[in-house]
Every structure is written in structure tokens, then in C-alpha cells.
Design a protein around this ligand. Sequence first.
Ligand SMILES: NC(=O)c1ccc[n+]([C@@H]2O[C@H](COP(=O)([O-])OP(=O)(O)OC[C@H]3O[C@@H](n4cnc5c(N)ncnc54)[C@H](OP(=O)(O)O)[C@@H]3O)[C@@H](O)[C@H]2O)c1
Length: 495
Amino acid sequence: MPEPEPPAAHHADLVVFGGTGDLSMRKLLPALFHSDRDGRLDPRTRIIALSRGGLTDADFRGKVESAVRPGLHTGDAASWDRFLGRLRHVSVDVGAPGQDGWGDLTRLLGGYEDVDRIFYLASPPMTFGPFCRAAHAAGLVTPRSRVVLEKPLGRDLEGAQRINEEVGAIFAEHQIFRIDHYLGKETVQNLLVLRFANAFLEPIWNSLWIDHVQITAAESVGTPGRRGYYDHAGALRDMVQNHLLQLLCLVAMEPPARNDREAVRDEKVKVLQALRPIAGTEARRFTVRGQYTAGQVDGEAVPGYLDEPDKTPPTDASRHVETFTAVRAEVKNWRWAGVPFYLRTGKRLPFHRSEIVVQFKEVPHSIFPGGGPNRLVLRLQPSEGITLHILAKEPGAGEVTPRAVPLSLSFADTFRTRVPEAYERLLMDVLSGNPTLFMRRDEVEAAWRWIDPIIATWEADGAVPGPYTAGTTGPAAAHELLGRSGRAWHEEDLP
Ligand SMILES: NC(=O)c1ccc[n+]([C@@H]2O[C@H](COP(=O)([O-])OP(=O)(O)OC[C@H]3O[C@@H](n4cnc5c(N)ncnc54)[C@H](OP(=O)(O)O)[C@@H]3O)[C@@H](O)[C@H]2O)c1
């Protein structure tokens, strides 16, 4: 199959605040390189990294050469050199708005006011407001500017509102792109196509035919060296508030009238607003928290969360933070009444996998022994794809025995083209000004409104999370959460 033509490139200056950090080096710069190599960056587009590091352009290019290039399939040297040629570095500190660096940045951007200007804030969230104010004070925010905000957007509703207010004081809502990289994954966009471009699913996409939905984001990695961040986040804030709830919205939303920025996001907000609140007794009953202890992952011995190597020793916050959570959510509307949505995420699980499992009900009357329900599995990582488990007759002359067999669609095998990383897609959307896959302010705040009472209950109880051994599938309570209604997590093809 021939490669599709790349969409038209947009001339822009991309200013990455936090351009020397981990996110930049591991995700943004590789994504930009691939886009450049595939002809999706305008030849004039510049990538300007900001940090306090005092680097020259040459220093920064050297850093990118050693930190980014080894992990890439760079193709020809010319495309790498062209990419390096786009890179600049300016030293600024948001804590010092009058400092020289802001003058350097102003000079570099001077004369490019008619070009789209993207400020990508790949820096800690407390710098978002100060950065926007400093950029505005330096006269850098033009009508053609956009700003991209990385997660986490606050650690509760109040914090998110504060950031939204601060950024909103400088940028209009249509200029603000709140990124959730899960939305850039092919499977996630395919979920919309699967649901809304095929006729056969919609009539059965409801509580009459669907028993329950599971959304899992499991990581085998731990948190070495990240205690400072993780102690104050935890799995619920870090993964459920954004990624998992976004996936839930895409499964549960009504068909939008158009595939456009507002119609899709309007439908997602309605789902968040329809989530049954979970607080107090319900939070104790319908949520689970865990923290990993020492164990084995992929055949290697790993320490428990409290013993992970780090700059600082564990604190009381470390002892109370969850590295695993499972939640039973419910969308209170006509389509989904009574259908549980089970969400779970955790570190140091035995597999690295993100997937959505839609489990259908059993047939109303089975004439065959055995069998089981149909399942639609949408795999986000690794190897994005869709599998429908249907029942087929086991070959043989004896009794007719149904067996669940997979009908699989692997994007890589079917389309025989490289599946782009989520950040590639999202960065191109930012450059072309398309916010459909980014979160609107009301979405982020509606998600926090649902999360906050769960956290308030956990904090009021003051209990430490239940332990689970690294390399296992989480605390026993996570299995009981489904087990008490006769259900189980989808774990059949685990390693
Ligand atoms: N890493 C990931 O995989 C990932 C994934 C999703 C979201 N995020 C989010 O992305 C953001 C960045 O994460 P990260 O892991 O890349 O952090 P990081 O490695 O600590 O990098 C932070 C960057 O911000 C710069 N910075 C910090 N304070 C600054 C200031 N006052 N003035 C100028 N520059 C400043 C740092 O440069 P200097 O210290 O040299 O100034 C560095 O370039 C965070 O909000 C994080 O939650 C990260």
C-alpha cells in the first residue's frame, strides 16, 4: 500500500519551554524529527528550546545528538542535519522575567510575528502561569500564538482552575491546547472510526448488549528517582484523572454531529458530567489502592516503592501514596445505566499494556455447552490493534463445542506503514491549529470534580494503600472489586 501524502506543513516557530528536560528529549524531539524526516515540517520552522541551562545553540545540538539520536532510526544523515539546523537554545528563567534571556528570545522571534508561534510548556505545572505572564510582558504573545500545556494540570480542581485562570488571562481558550498523549494514539482515534463509521456496532453499543467495560493502563516499570513527583501525584491523579477518563469518554460518548473540535469535546464533557459521584462509603466500596513491595518483574528482582533509589528518603507522603488504583465507575444515562466501567492502573505489574475491553453479554439462551461472552479488545500499547473475540466451532467430528477465537487487526501489519507515535500526531495538530484531540477547560475541570471526592475520602481515612508484590496484578481487593459481581479482569493472554 503506498504511503499517504503528508498533510501540508505549517510554517511555525515552536518554542519549547523545558526543552532540555526528559519529556523533550524522550518524546518531543524524536516526534519532531520523524515529522521532519517524513516531510511534515515546513522548511522554515524553527524549534527553540528554553531552559535555565546557559547552553549555546551548539551545546544544545550536541546534547540532542548524544541524547536523542541513538534512539532513532535516523535514515539519511541529511535529514538529521536538517533537523539539527532547526534547533536553537535560549536561557531564560521564569523566576526572573527581566533577565537578559527574555531579550534574547525577543530578538530571536522578532520579525516572525506573522508566523504561527507555539509555546510548548514541557515544564513543571507551577511554571505555567509565570511563563505565560513573562512571555506576555516581553511582548511575545501574538494573535497567532498557541500554548500547549502538559499534564498534570493541577493536583485537584482548585489547582486546575488556578492554572486555567492564569493561562486564560493571557491566552484565549481557542489558543490553549491541553495535551493528553493517549488521545494521539492510533487506536484511540480508531475507536471513533470503529464506532461511528461502521453500522454494526451502534445498535449493540449500550446496556442491553454490553455487560461491562474494562480500561487498563499497566506498567511494568517502577518509579526510581521520581519520588519527588510521584509522592504528590499517585496513580489516581497521574493516570485516571486524565488518560483513563479520556478513554472512558470515547467509549461512552454519544455520536457527535460532526468530527470537529467542539462537537467531539461537547460529547465527552457530557459523559464526565454523567459519572456517578463516588465519595465516602461508595469510595471505600468502589475504589482500591495499592503500593508495590519488593518482587520480581521480567525475571529481575526489584525493590518496593519505599526502597526505590532516590535523592530523598521516603516520607509519610511516600507511605500513603498509591502506585496502583482500581475504580468501578458508572455513567448515569440512558445508554449506560447499570454498566460498570472498571478502570485500573499500576506500576510494577507483570506486563506493560494499555487496553480497553468491552465485554458483551452472553447470548440469552445458549444451545451449546461452554462458550462465554464476546469481547472487543482495543490495544493501545504495545502493538496497537483491535481484536474481537468471537465464538467458533472447535474443529472435529464429536460434540459441537464453541471456542473463543480472536479476529485481529494489527495496524502495523494491515496498513504496512509505520504507526506514528502519539506525540507526532498531536504536535502536527498543534502546528495546524486543530484542538479536537486536546482537552477543553471544562473537560479537565469536570474530571477533577469527579476525582476530588475520592481523594478526599482516602485522605480523611488516612489509611495506607494495600501492599501488592511487584510483578503481580495488584492487590487482592482489585480482583474482589469485579469478583463480587462474578466478573474478572481480562488477563487471559498474560506473559
Ligand atoms: N517526562 C515525561 O515522560 C512526562 C510525561 C508526561 C508529562 N510530563 C510533564 O512534562 C513536564 C516536564 O517533565 P520532564 O519530565 O521533562 O521534567 P524535567 O526533566 O525536570 O525537565 C523540566 C524542564 O523545565 C525546565 N525548567 C524548570 N524550571 C524552569 C524555570 N524556572 N525556568 C526555565 N526553565 C525551567 C528545566 O530546565 P532547567 O532545569 O535547566 O532550567 C527542564 O528543561 C512536567 O509537567 C511533567 O509532569 C512529563
